[in-house]
Structure formats: C-alpha cells, structure tokens
Design a binder for this molecule. Structure first.
Ligand code: DMJ
Length: 521
C-alpha cells in the first residue's frame, strides 16, 4: 500500500516535471532571429523602424546608467549617481527590465541580468514588502523572463518569492493583507487604510499567481488569489464599482471612494485579463461578467468637459461624483480597447469609441503642459475643460500603454504619432547623461532624482511595441500583467482537473502570425 502511494507520488512528480520541461522546450522554439524576422513583416515602415531604434537606444541608456551607478540596488538615482533600495533591496530594476531587454534583443545585457538573478538575488530580507509591488514587478518580471527565455532559474526564483508572499492570504476572509515581512512572514495592512486592504492590491495578483500554478503544477497559488475574487464576487455591487477599502476580516467593502485611478485601477484590469489568460472559457466566465458589470459602472462615471468635450472618468464618493482624474486612470482606455471585442458588434463599437475618447483626453494631459509631459492629476471645471492639479511626472506608462492598445485595435497610425510626441518629450526633459528622471513640475521642467523601474519595464516597452509590428507579442498569445510583463496564455487549469494535463503552452513562441494587421483578438 505504502509502495503504491509512493509510486503514485513519483508518477505525479514525473508528470509535473515533464510538464514544466515541456513549457521550457516550447520556449526554446523561439529565438531572437525569429523576432527579428517577425519585425520585418507586413510593410514595416522605415519611419517607424527609426522610432523603434530610438526607443531601443533610450532603453540602452537607461540600463547602462543603472548598471554603472546602481547595480544590484532597486532603483537608480541619476542626479546623485547612486542606487536606492526602495523595495527592500530586491534588485527590482534588474527584474523589471529583464523582458524588455529580451524583447529588444539586448542580449548581453539580458545575460548579465540573468546571471545576477541566478547568483545574487536575495529574498530573505527582514523587510515589510508590498504584496502588490512585489507580485507585479518581481513575480511578474521573473515569470515573463521564464516564458520568453525558457530558463528555469526564473521560475525557481519566482516560486521562492511567491512562497514568501503566500502567508499574506491567511486572513479570516481570504482577502490578503497588503504588506508582509519577507523573512518572517508577518503580514499586516497599512495604518493609513484603517486596517483595510486596498482593492487594487488584493485584485492585482491573480494573473501572476495563476500563471505560477500553471507553470509549477502546484494549485496553491491559484487557489489563494481566486478565493479573493470569489469573496469580492459575493459582495459585488450592481454597478460593479467597489470602493478602494475592503475589510480583510469580513471580506466586505468599507466606506471609501470609488476610482479607476490610484488604489482601484488594476482590480478592473485583472478581471478582464484573467478572462483572457483563461482562454475566455466557462471556467473564467465570472471574471468577464464582473468586468462587464464594472464597465457599465465606468460608463456611469464618464462625463464630457466643456467647451471641448473631452471624455473623462470621475471618481465617486458616496453618491457624489468628483470631477477629477489621475493620469493612472488612463490605463482604462487600453483596457476598454482590449476588452471591446468580447461584446456584440454594436456594443464593441461603442466601447472602442469610448476607449478612443479617453485616450484623446490622456494625450491632452501631455499636450497641455509646457514640457508636453503629463502631470499626475487633473481636475475638470465647467467651461474651462481640464486643469493640472498635481504637477509631477514619474515617467508613468498608462497613456503610452493605451496608445499601444489603441493602435493594435484600430490600426490608426495617429496613435503611433502621439506616442512619438510623448517619447520625444521624455527625451527632451527627462534624459540626463546618467539616466532618466521624473519631473517635480511639468511646467517648469524641474527634475526629481529617481529612475522608476517601471520606466524600463513598461513605458519604454510599450513605446517599443507601438513601433513594432503586431506580430511581436501578439495579443492572442500573450497577456500583459499590470507592470507590462507579458505572460504566455496557456490552457486554463480547472478545479478537479489534473494540473499536469492543463499545462500546455501554445506552440507559437514569442512572435506569431495568427493576428491580423491590427491585432484584434
Ligand atoms: C506600475 O507599477 C503599474 O503600472 C501599476 O499598475 C500602477 N503604477 C505603476 C506605473 O504607473
């Protein structure tokens, strides 16, 4: 009997091993040569190729500056030419940049980053880490590097850090705490949220943890993060708009604002993306239903400015709409474009139109300032359209992310031109000899001293892809996490099903040709 059990266990382990190596084998079918070949397909316009090369140069400059002055630190401070450990010392810029380096063909740089991850990354740190930031940047970055390269060291490291985060889900409701000590596993919430968990932080781990379960054949990661959605589903309001605070003891929403900006944003993004990651099957239908409900809610928050009729997404406090929008909420334009094709044709058109209108507003957030870079927040006043409410710029990605989706889903080259305008403004105002910095004031051009890791992970990646053919990271084969790390879409793991059966990577590699010229999925 004992032998039989042991035999069974060994068989399961063997299947798991085969499945994981199957994943890696499929990855090895992709090479940089293939990407370069894909990059030359369907009439690659020379102007666009030049733009792509300029973005690649920018990435090289950002990376080289980081390597020179801040190697191993979380982020680079270009003005003082040193590193800073803003995330406890996990080498966040290295991990966040891995897939961008890979996609751009910066092979030597990728190799050095890979070797650092293999030999020097240390997660055993007595540091209270943000579960959200660590998941989207570290787990997401490592899994994406694994999916692109097939190198198992990335999967091992992703598993290590995810295991350290897991105790954060041990709460009475299953809604995770937002912070956890990476060495001790002690978890808690931020005092500023009065003991509550933050919506975007509990609803933005699903893609990464589901992907990890698929790739390790271990359901425990998926189970934890899907339980969160189950709990939120039970208390889901009719308009699909949850406030930003959720009580981790009861799983109930706590009175607080509703927003598609900070602390709400990527919860809505992940409802859609888990549906896409799950191959839009019955098993993930509830995610699409929740997302569609939330999108009706979003539509109820949309207003038009006067006199110029810019569409914007209000925030909501109780029953009161607040006419303000964070630049962070600009991701919503891209999300609507990505989700539009799942509606019937008439509704799809309306949603895509809304996506384009919000994209136009966000582009204007940039165009209306002296530096042509957007500030952090805008307010809308009757007869005065929009005005800047918070003048700093962190080199955030949301608007160029949306321009990338808009271009893929409409094929309209205007969006490439808009992205190019934004890129040139970064070059003019944010580029120093020693890296790229944000601005403390988008009108005076005053600079800060930080090169955010998401500038390399997201802003430059989306710009590069905006100037690459849609066959590079096709949207029917890959889904981007909220930190722009593309994860390969594989078969959905359904409960009760043997995990090993459901781990199948689509065999097309990084660049595929299934997608049409505009990239509709
Ligand atoms: C990134 O870490 C992610 O895009 C997140 O969803 C929001 N904030 C930053 C970029 O602005």
């Amino acid at each position: 009997m004992a032998n039989l059990q042991l035999g069974k266990l060994l068989a399961v382990a063997l299947i798991a091993l085969l499945s994981v190596s199957d994943v890696a084998c499929n990855h090895r079918t992709f090479s940089r040569k293939q990407l370069e070949a894909d990059g030359k397909d369907v009439g690659d316009d020379p102007v666009i190729s030049v733009r792509r090369e300029k973005v690649k140069d920018a990435m090289l400059h950002a990376w080289t500056s980081y390597e020179k002055y801040a190697w191993g630190f979380d982020q680079l401070q270009p003005q003082t030419m040193n590193g800073v450990n803003s995330f406890g010392g996990l080498g966040v810029t290295i991990v966040d940049a891995l897939d961008t380096l890979f996609i751009m063909g910066l092979d030597e740089q990728f190799q050095r980053a890979r070797d650092w991850v293999a030999t020097s990354v240390n997660f055993n740190i007595n540091y209270n880490a943000s579960v959200f930031e660590t998941t989207i940047r570290m787990v997401g970055g490592l899994l994406s590097a694994y999916d692109l390269s097939g190198d198992k060291v990335f999967l091992e490291k992703a598993t290590d850090i995810a295991d350290r985060l897991l105790p954060a889900w041990n709460t009475p409701s299953g809604i995770n705490y937002n912070s956890i000590n990476l060495a001790t596993g002690d978890a808690h919430n931020y005092p500023s949220a009065n003991g509550n968990s933050i919506l975007a932080e509990v609803g933005t781990t699903q893609l990464e943890f589901i992907a990890l379960s698929q790739r390790t054949n271990d359901p425990k990661y998926q189970e934890k993060v899907e339980k969160v959605i189950e709990v939120l589903h039970k208390n889901f309001p009719a308009d699909g708009l949850l406030p930003i605070y959720i009580n981790p003891q009861t799983g109930m929403p706590s009175p607080s604002i509703i927003t598609f900006g900070a602390e709400g944003d990527s919860f809505y993004e992940y409802l859609l993306k888990v549906w896409i990651q799950g191959n839009k099957t019955q098993a993930v239908e509830v995610y699409r239903e929740m997302w569609e409900t939330s999108m009706s809610g979003l539509q109820s928050l949309v207003r038009e400015s006067t006199p110029s009729a810019y569409a914007y997404i209000c925030e909501k406090n109780g029953n009161t709409l607040i006419d303000q929008m964070n630049e962070l909420a600009c991701f919503a334009s891209g999300m609507l474009a990505l989700g539009s094709s799942g509606f019937d044709p008439q509704k799809a058109k309306t949603i895509l139109l809304l996506s384009e209108e919000i994209g136009k507003t966000c582009y204007n957030f940039y165009q209306m300032t002296q530096t042509k870079l957007a500030g952090e927040d805008y307010i809308f006043t009757p007869r005065q359209d929009m005005s800047l409410d918070n003048p700093y710029n962190l080199m955030r990605p949301e608007t160029v992310e949306s321009l990338f989706y808009l271009w893929r889903f409409t094929g309209n080259k205007m969006y490439q031109d808009w992205g190019w305008d934004i890129f040139q403004a970064f070059e003019k105002n944010s580029r120093l000899e020693t890296g790229y910095v944000g601005l403390t004031d988008v009108n005076t051009g005053a600079k800060d001293n930080l090169m955010q890791s998401f500038f390399l992970a997201e802003t430059l990646k989306y710009l590069y892809l905006l100037f690459s053919p849609p066959s590079v990271i096709p949207l029917d084969e890959w889904v981007f996490n909220t930190e722009a790390h593309p994860l390969k879409i594989v078969s959905r793991l359904t409960s009760g099903e043997s995990l090993s059966k459901s781990v199948h990577v689509l065999p097309t590699g990084l660049g595929g040709r299934k997608q049409g010229s505009t990239g509709h999925n």
